[in-house]
Design a protein around this ligand. Sequence first.
Ligand code: IPM
Ligand code: MN
Length: 366
Amino acid sequence: MEFNIAVLGGDGIGPEVTDQGVRVLEAVGRAFGHNFNLSYGDIGGISIDKHGIPLIDHTIELLDTNDAVLFGAVGGPKWDAPDAKVRPEQGLLAMRAHMGVFANIRPVKVYPQLAESSVLKPEVIDGVDMVVVRELTGGLYYAEPRGRRETPNGIIAEDTMRYTEGEIERVLRVGFELARGRRKKLTSVDKANVLECSRLWRTVAARLGEEYSDIELEHVLVDACAMQLIQRPASFDVIVSENTFGDILSDEASVLAASMGLLPSASLTGVPVAGQRSGGLYEPIHGTAPDIAGRGIANPTGSILSVAMMVRYSLGLTEEGAAIELAVDRVLGQNARTADIALPGAGHVSTKEMGDLIVAAIEKAG
Ligand code: IPM
Ligand code: MN
């Protein structure tokens, strides 16, 4: 089959890890007989440098005309001044909004091969297998008013958290549906003891909980959830929360998996269905890691596993997605370790070597 994919590497380690994701995609093409037409575009800081703004019309056209989007990361110290007028992150937020991808799905699982690389005790992380569903196009990241202004009493900065019932319901539904295909447990995270938005969130979650009576629903306050993620991580199945809480909790959850460099994500416009075709945005959850950018040592696994999610949820290629995940599993089993997951004193492979090994494992299986 033939597919069109937009590739937006972005900044920092974004392009180098995305390159390996693309190589894995091409390996899948060879092994399973598919053709991927790749169209490259700019986003973020590189786009600011080249065009003055973080998201240009050409890139927006790529979002509109391809079957899926593979994205790296944006941002970096070069564009980070607090008073900067244009920021790389605005490009990412505008892209998410343009695509309408309100459900950001971040699976977190612990590879037994990497138990020793985690900062947490093996018995605590044993059996961790959860999905964080983060609301992605609402809340503090988008609502108005926002901004900074001078007043007689000094400068005021403000952001607004606002959610409609509809925005809450649709992302919670994604969580409930995912839970149905898993261990049937949903943790709805809020701050209902303080925030109005969270009280609406909890009301909607409770109402849906009656509809999804086969799913065990728990409401957990976000601060308690932060603690429980470390204390009893294996007890979580699907976690759903609003944009900012989900951003923070998913970084925390990534620590369970030894390194955030391993973790993929899919941003979708509805419930993911393996085997069907529907647009989506796929990105590793890590950022641009400016400290290691260009050194060829970043872990490309997050991007590669994002490609697995992409072929499964946007291209309808279930078997191919599984083949990529199996290849990652095998390569970790062969003790290949990038710097982020290497044990102290042990050697490590480069970004490209990790890509080579995963490509080879796919070719062998195919
Ligand atoms: C993420 C990132 C982004 C976010 C930044 C780069 C704007 O942290 O994808 O989690 O906060 O959504
Ligand atoms: Mn984040």
